[in-house]
Design a protein around this ligand. Structure first.
Ligand SMILES: CC(C)(COP(=O)(O)OP(=O)(O)OC[C@H]1O[C@@H](n2cnc3c(N)ncnc32)[C@H](O)[C@@H]1OP(=O)(O)O)[C@@H](O)C(=O)NCCC(=O)NCCS
Length: 233
């Protein structure tokens, strides 16, 4: 797999709505005090700072470990008719995000959806084509027998029940059946829950990336492969 620094936006992301429409929607949903209270931390976390990111690899050697089935929890591929589930209160996504998902599905990208008693509780995407991770400012190019898993999320009300671990296994299983020999995933180094779930699913450190950023401007960008046999802790 190859990684290049790049500042483009993923091809499927719809253009932002007009600023006035965006502000109206935000005001309706979060209220003026909600916006003002969340603004400083949003600017601080999204716009400034240094980031360390781990590139993880799973060599898919042998059969995958299995997690026992959970009653009422279904993991399956998502299709367009599932998108309306993300307008439910506990599974809520912004309209722009739902439009991005629709464009991804149309472009042939695949997503696994977790349903708890029929409610969308999490999802995770996979790809075998070039992808752009706009948060890190990189382009990911999987090789012919390689897969890339990305954009995994479990809604807060459903966390710590093994949903994400199951979503990881479902995607690995699908990619293995498709003939992939290696699967990659990119996780921020401070995301302990996501890293733990990846170690459980057999991922190992492959590379490490770091950069400093102000808004969309990144500098001190470094990417290095980990020494072979590097441990997971
Ligand atoms: C990271 C995230 C997907 C984990 O979802 P989840 O369904 O709660 O994870 P799981 O229940 O499958 O947990 C798998 C393992 O991760 C670890 N883990 C989960 N939550 C944890 C936490 N808050 N702190 C430490 N470890 C945690 C545990 O080792 C857990 O195994 P255990 O259940 O045997 O203890 C979820 O917190 C999330 O959506 N976060 C925001 C988006 C995100 O970070 N996505 C990942 C991008 S790579």
């Amino acid at each position: 797999m190859q990684i290049n620094w790049c500042s483009s936006v993923p091809a499927t992301v719809p253009p932002p709505a007009a600023r006035s429409a965006r502000l109206r929607t935000l005001l309706r949903r979060e209220g003026l005090s909600g916006i003002l209270l969340s603004l400083p931390s949003k600017i601080a976390t999204d716009s400034f700072g240094a980031a360390r990111v781990m590139v993880l690899e799973n060599k898919l050697t042998g059969p995958l470990g299995m997690i026992p089935a959970e009653p009422n929890l279904v993991i399956r591929q998502m299709d367009e008719s599932d998108l309306q589930r993300f307008r439910e209160p506990e599974s809520f996504l912004k309209e722009r995000r739902i439009a991005d998902f629709a464009a991804r599905l149309k472009s042939g990208r695949r997503c696994f959806l977790a349903l708890a008693a029929g409610r969308a509780c999490g999802y995770g995407w996979l790809s075998r084509q070039t992808e752009i991770d706009a948060r890190c400012g990189i382009e990911i190019l999987p090789g012919e027998d390689e897969g890339y898993i990305y954009d995994g999320f479990v809604f807060p009300a459903f966390r710590r029940r093994g949903v994400y671990a199951r979503l990881l296994f479902a995607r690995l299983d699908w990619l293995q059946r498709e003939g992939c020999q290696r699967v990659y995933s990119i996780v921020f180094s401070n995301n302990v829950p996501a890293l733990n779930a990846h170690w459980q699913a057999g991922f190992r450190p492959y590379g490490q990336m770091s950069y400093s950023k102000i808004f969309n401007l990144r500098w001190r960008r470094k990417y290095a492969l980990c020494p072979p046999g590097a441990g997971s802790q």
